[in-house]
Design a protein around this ligand. Structure first.
Ligand SMILES: NCc1[nH]cc(CCC(=O)O)c1CC(=O)O
Length: 299
């Protein structure tokens, strides 16, 4: 029986590449399916003159795609998991997680440069990245840069910034890996929860068994663990809360960054446990770091 599937996607080049990866998978593995892509501009793509927290956060990138799913104009949405709110609507569950692409953040220099020029700011709007970079490069200054990855790279090459911090995953998928000057290890720069993973969202009650073999068990457990950590601390979209998990055999190791809204301080820590308990582990490390931060700072 043939079945038509419509995949909703943002219209940025990276979003479309990511969606095409999923389309190709379905076409290759489920030859009876016909796949179409429906692209749309999201509010987050339209408003570029303000930072995300000024206009309402991560939800801005998913609202229009959610609506298409609810209205049955699409059957799946493909998202960068790190752009998805920590709570998704019950009617629109995450039905699959891709294998994880490189989860690291990276430093990108202007074309032709081989060293950071501290006379110019690093283009970076993410509090999570700025907070951790200040430790790596205490002499650096920062300036806001928005827009999709290609827009940011253009602004970098026009000479406005000394560097950008971007996700390795996006650059690799865009075929721009050669722009990477330095990889920042998760121990130096804890990535955003879900970074490098694609989250596939569906409609409750539909049959998505054709995605069973696409779904990656390691990525899923890491995603649940990282997202549980952030959810407990309720980072909100603009918070620097960061989480990164790794699987080794049946164990999962989580690195987390707790941020204190009151005094702007933060604390990093780690915890490992059985991967069956991925979500509980995320919650546990979050509560542990919060308590530990409170103890240290009340003395
Ligand atoms: N916030 C935008 C965004 N969302 C996902 C990625 C990269 C791909 C990924 O992390 O899966 C990027 C670009 C970046 O942060 O450099």
């Amino acid at each position: 029986m043939s079945r038509k599937i419509v995949i909703g996607s943002r219209e940025s080049k990276l979003a479309v590449i990511q969606t095409e990866m999923v389309k190709k998978y379905i076409e290759t593995n489920c030859p009876q399916m016909q796949v179409e892509v429906l692209t749309m501009k999201t509010t987050g793509d339209v408003i570029l003159d303000r930072t995300l927290d000024q206009v309402g956060g991560k939800g801005l990138f998913v609202k229009e795609l959610d609506k298409a799913l609810m209205d049955r104009r699409s059957d799946l949405s493909v998202h960068s998991l790190k752009d998805m709110p920590m709570k998704v609507p019950e009617e629109l569950p995450l039905v699959a997680f891709s294998r994880r692409e490189d989860p690291r953040d990276v430093l990108v220099l202007p074309q032709g440069m081989s060293e950071l020029n501290f006379d110019k700011p690093i283009g970076c709007s993410s509090k999570r990245r700025i907070l951790q970079l200040q430790e790596l490069y205490p002499q650096a200054t920062f300036a806001t840069v928005r827009g999709n990855v290609l827009t940011r790279l253009r602004k970098l090459d026009e000479g406005n910034f000394s560097a950008l911090i971007l996700a390795a995953a996006g650059l690799k998928r865009l075929g721009l890996e050669e722009r990477i000057s330095r990889f920042l290890e998760p121990e130096e720069m804890i990535p955003a929860a879900g970074q490098g993973i694609l989250g596939i969202q569906g409609r409750a009650g539909e049959d998505y068994r054709f995605l069973d073999t696409y779904n990656d068990a390691d990525a899923r457990d890491c995603a649940l663990c990282e997202r549980a950590f952030v959810r407990i601390l309720d980072g909100g979209c603009s918070s620097p809360v960061a989480a990164h998990a790794r699987i080794k055999e049946d164990q999962i190791l989580l690195l987390g960054l707790y941020y204190d809204e009151m005094d702007g301080g933060y604390l990093k820590g780690s915890l490992s446990g059985h991967r069956d308990q991925a979500e509980a582990l995320g919650e546990q490390l979050a509560l542990q770091l919060k308590a530990e931060y409170g103890r240290r700072n009340s003395k």
